[in-house]
Each structure stands twice: as structure tokens, then as C-alpha cells.
Ligand binder design. Sequence first.
Ligand code: HEM
Length: 411
Amino acid sequence: MADPTLFAQIKDPSNRADPYPLYARLRGHPVTRQDDGSYLVSSHAAIRALLFDPRISSADLPPAHSPPTGNPLKDWILRPIKDEIVSRHRPLIFRDPPDHDSLRNIVMTQFTPERVHGMKARTESLVGELLDKCRGRDEICVVDDLAYPLPVTIICEMLGVPREDEPRFQGWATQLATALEPDARHDEETQAENRRTFDTISDYMKGLIKEKRRKPQDDMLSGLAAKTKAGAMGDFDLIATSILLLVAGHETTVNLITNGMLTLLRHPDEMERLKHDPERAPRLIEELLRFEPPVHFRTRKALADIPISGQVIPKDAAVVLLFAAANRDADRFPDPDRFDPDRPDNQHFGFGGSLHYCLGAPLARIEGDVALVTLARRLVNPRLIDDPPPYRDGASLRGPKSLRLRIDGIA
Ligand code: HEM
């Protein structure tokens, strides 16, 4: 039997810089029960099987429960109604078919390849501007100076959020990303803060949607608002969807750029090759998504008893799909602990798989590509100040809190 405390160890911040030895221990027992009752799944084959299994549900959030206000009318009547609405209109990442599929199809009508590829030039100019601001300095922080502001600006522009409101979205995205961390989800204080943040963004979005309906523009929110008006998607789902697009694409992309730069600095030959051959970027990004993925795991719920890999996951159990462990499974990837952008057949789980496969993957690839190529080309002689760098708390969305570099200038 595998150590039943491994999940607790994975979540322990002291293991954040290098959780891979823990994953290696887990893979000896690809499906294993933990002390907290959850089942950890760590092999490529078992995760793949479960991603395609209809007995596995993504609707695993606890019911919405907003804190009491002390006002009897609100607490006995309005609050339960609101909690019920929120629980029913979860973002599509927490929904199952058929609702999930119809919502996803509607979003895809707006998240078109033309719109996404149209953002490449904008991403290049934005990355250029952000680096220009660092000129004259001998130290930069990849997170603060580039990776953190970039994805928010891009998604806000795609959605059609006015520029002056963008800074508010950064804090909101960071707060709501905690909904993807199993422990934070059950922590009352975090839940209450998430409710407040959700209510604030919802109020903001309601106003913006009204505005988009009154005066539609060429942006995703105008397109989605027109569909809501036509009855294809309710307003609550529209709000939940726009918040999801903001949150799902923020910390994940920050982590891709930051983990990417950290990995390149630890593999200077790859940095050199990228600098002289930017066409290598797509391969390099795929290998990064396998080797240092921004999302280490996602949780699910078993809808029935599921026999798998010699175990039975019981009905109602929490299931943790450890994508980052499966990405280093030697049965699927030869020499899995080696960073090798030339690896053939790189079917990683960096963007998940099956029904919930990342909807923003093409956009994330563009942002990662532009950011890493520009950093490799423009930073003169970058050196890591801290290795390993300090990490943020998240075990699921894992990435450095800061990545400070000493440089000899910006080209
Ligand atoms: C490097 C950056 C990114 C990574 C590593 C990433 C990773 C993932 C993963 C692993 C999932 C699957 C979740 C699951 O199975 O439960 C997912 C889903 C999703 N991602 Fe991303 N993501 C990234 C960027 C983005 C961006 C930029 C957007 C949009 C702006 C986005 C929007 C979404 C949405 C909406 C889903 C839910 C899809 C569904 O449930 O059908 N992601 N992402």
C-alpha cells in the first residue's frame, strides 16, 4: 500500500519546489486511498481511462454557502435563494454533460481561431512594452514585470473589459483561483472571501453586459451577451463563464511563463537554441507543459464504484487526477525526468484531456511562445538570483511567487 499521507505531503508548501520525488513514490501505486478519504490517481493510463469515464464527475464543489448577515429577511429567504442560484450556475469547468457541452459550445462560437490568432501581434507589442519599462535596471522579476500583468490584459481585451478597469481584475483572478485548491475550498474564511469577490465581479459584469447589449462591439462579451439575449445561455451562466475565462487563464499562464523561464535558465543550452531559433518555441512549450505543468492536478467525484488498477474507487469519493505525476510516467515517456523539447509523441496532460480539455490552450500557447522567445532574445546575460525561487501556496496551480533575475541590460 502507498503511504496514505502522500497527498498531505504534496499539499505541504515545504514540498512545493520539488514535488516530483513524491509523485514517483505514488506511481508505484497508480490508484491509492489517502487518509483524507480521497483517491489519488498518478499513472498516465489510469488518468486517461478516468478522463473518458462518464462515472467521473467534475461537479465536485461543495454547495454554495454565503455567510449569515444577521438580517433575518436576508438570512432566511434571500440568502438560500442566492446560494441555490450560484450552486446551479457553476462555471462550466465544474459542470457535467449535457449542460457542460452546451455551455462550452456557446463559448467556442466566440473563442474562434481568428480571434485567438488575432491576439498574437497584440501579445508581441504588449510583451515588448512591458520589457521596455524595465530598461536601465540590473534586476527584474519575471512574475511582476511580465508574466502576471500579461494574461489579464489579453483576456480583458478579448472579453471587452475597458482598459481602466483591468487592474481590478488582477486581484479578483488571484483570489478566485483558490477555488481550484482542495483545502482552500473547504476553508470558511477563503470561501467567504471568494463569495464576496464573486459578488463584486458579478455586479461589475452585469453592468458591462448591459452596456454590451446596448452598444455591441467586436469582442467576446458582446457576442456572448447577444446569445444570452437570444435565450441560448442564461445571464447567470454568462456571468459565471466570463469569470471562468478570466480566472482559468490567469495564474495558469503566469505559471507557464515563469516555470518556462526557470527551466530555460536551468538548461542554458536550450535558452541559447531558442534565442537563435524561435521556431523551436512550440516544441519547447509542449515539453514545458509536460515537464513543469502549470496545473498539477484537478479533482473529480466518483458517481459510482469504479474498479481501476486493482482498486475500487467507491461512489462519492473525491478523486485527484495528478496530471503532473502522469506526465513523468516512464511507461508513457522514455527518460521522463529529462527536459527534452525534441521528444516525439508528447501527449502530456498539461491542458487536461477529454471533455474538459483546456479551452484556452491555443491562446496560452501564443502567450507562452511570445513571452519566452522575447525574454530569451532581449535579456542580456540573465542569471537566477534564487534557485529554487519562492513558490506560491497553491499545490494545484503551482508556480513561483517571484522569479528575480540579475541582468546586464535589455536589448
Ligand atoms: C498555460 C496556460 C494554461 C494551462 C496550463 C491550462 C490548463 C487547463 C487544464 C489542465 C484544464 C482542464 C481542467 C479539468 O480537467 O478539470 C483547463 C480547462 C480550462 N481552461 Fe485552461 N489552461 C491554461 C490557459 C487557459 C486560458 C488562457 C484560458 C482562457 C482564457 C483557459 C480557459 C480554460 C477553460 C474555460 C477551461 C474549462 C474547460 C471545460 O471545462 O470544458 N485556460 N485548463
